[in-house]
Design a protein around this ligand. Structure first.
Ligand code: MN
Length: 356
């Protein structure tokens, strides 16, 4: 072999070695990322039965209550499974840990006594499932906000005794929102426990429902985000974060549209005057709110949210089983962001926010 051929082969071998080495390093790097999905849905059969009974007995109790497909058996089967089938789906998508929460609207439509009882049942079931698979599941408690004192006590039990990782509230309760001081015992308890509140969508309340009845607009198409974004703006403009400066709210669906809107909230609120607020809306949003990627696997939205909030305020979520776990991980694995940001979004922020 002449010198030229030798050098050529040596260089090819060395560059192949370098490429293989880089690939191995990259594998090790991505293998070390713990993929945590933080808005993953389950359901307790007793709650579904109680919701069915409520709709049958009081069809006019709340307009949106007829909306969820409580009778779709495949969905119900997927939702109620907290064992092998769920874990197999997580494995197939490369999801290491699901932070579970109960299907909307949870226990919020019930009378206070029934709501409290079902919330305790849900939290006990969730803690049992986590106990069986502590390396695969964590979870958010439910409470009945319609009984704020009992709700605050149940949150304390769920976090301090059962070891759950936060609270999930399905937006409005009988048309009322958490800026109403009557709900503040729950916010006070969450702040004292240093535990976050995931503000999850549900169908709009009676006073805005009529405009959403056509084209299935009351649900995921538009109504969920319309109601939940309204709720968040009410929290901000109602001075809730002046009252509870350490409270952390988590919003799904890339912040329910608010990150897109922050500059306008600042500009209009400054112009029209909300003098009782200590800070601008965007400052509260950046300090008191985290957002998640649930069911919003779109690079342009991620880029905007990274720009206005920073990676430390964004967490990975899928909204399974209503969105695809595999679509979620494939998207974030390949999203055009730095590996440091990817690690924060997949893992580090969730570990910090939910005490995982
Ligand atoms: Mn959801």
């Amino acid at each position: 072999m002449d010198r030229r051929t030798f050098l050529k082969q040596a260089m090819a071998a060395s560059s192949a070695y370098a490429v293989a080495n880089a690939a191995r390093a990259q594998d090790a790097e991505s293998a070390a990322i713990r993929r945590i999905a933080v808005e993953e849905t389950f359901a307790v059969p007793e709650v579904l039965d109680a919701l069915r009974t409520l709709v049958e007995n009081e069809p006019d109790r709340e307009p949106g209550l007829n909306a969820p497909p409580y009778v779709v058996t495949d969905t119900i089967r997927t939702l109620t499974d907290l064992g092998e089938a769920r874990i197999a789906a997580m494995d197939a998508a490369g999801v290491d840990l699901q932070v579970l929460s109960h299907w909307s609207p949870g226990v919020q439509p019930f009378d206070p006594a029934q709501g409290n009882e079902l919330a305790r049942l849900v939290n006990d079931r969730l803690a049992e499932a986590i106990g069986r698979h502590p390396d695969r599941f964590a979870g958010l408690a439910l409470v009945a906000p319609q009984d704020p004192q009992a709700g605050a006590q149940e949150l304390e039990r769920a976090v301090a005794s059962l070891g759950l990782n936060g609270l999930l509230i399905n937006s409005h309760t009988n048309g009322e929102h958490l800026d109403d001081p009557k709900f503040w015992p729950i916010l006070e308890a969450a702040q004292a426990l240093n535990t976050p509140i995931y503000l999850h969508p549900r169908t709009p309340p009676a006073q805005m429902y009529d405009a959403y009845t056509d084209y299935l607009m009351d649900r995921a198409l538009w109504g969920f985000a319309a109601e939940t974004s309204l709720h968040v703006v009410r929290l901000i403009m109602g001075g809730v974060f002046d009252q509870f400066p350490r409270l952390q709210i988590v919003l799904g669906h890339m912040g329910e549209g608010i990150p897109f809107w922050l500059s306008r909230l600042d500009e209009v609120s400054a112009r029209t005057g909300m003098p009782q607020l200590q800070r601008s809306p965007s400052e509260y949003f950046r300090d008191n709110i985290h957002i998640t990627t649930s069911a919003m696997f779109w690079d342009p939205t991620l880029t905007l949210c990274l720009d206005v909030l920073g990676a430390e305020r964004i967490m990975f979520a899928v909204d399974s089983p209503f969105a695809s776990l595999e679509q979620g991980t494939r998207w974030l694995d390949n999203a055009p962001i730095s590996d440091a940001d990817r690690r924060m979004i997949y893992q580090e922020n969730a570990e910090r926010v939910f005490s995982l």
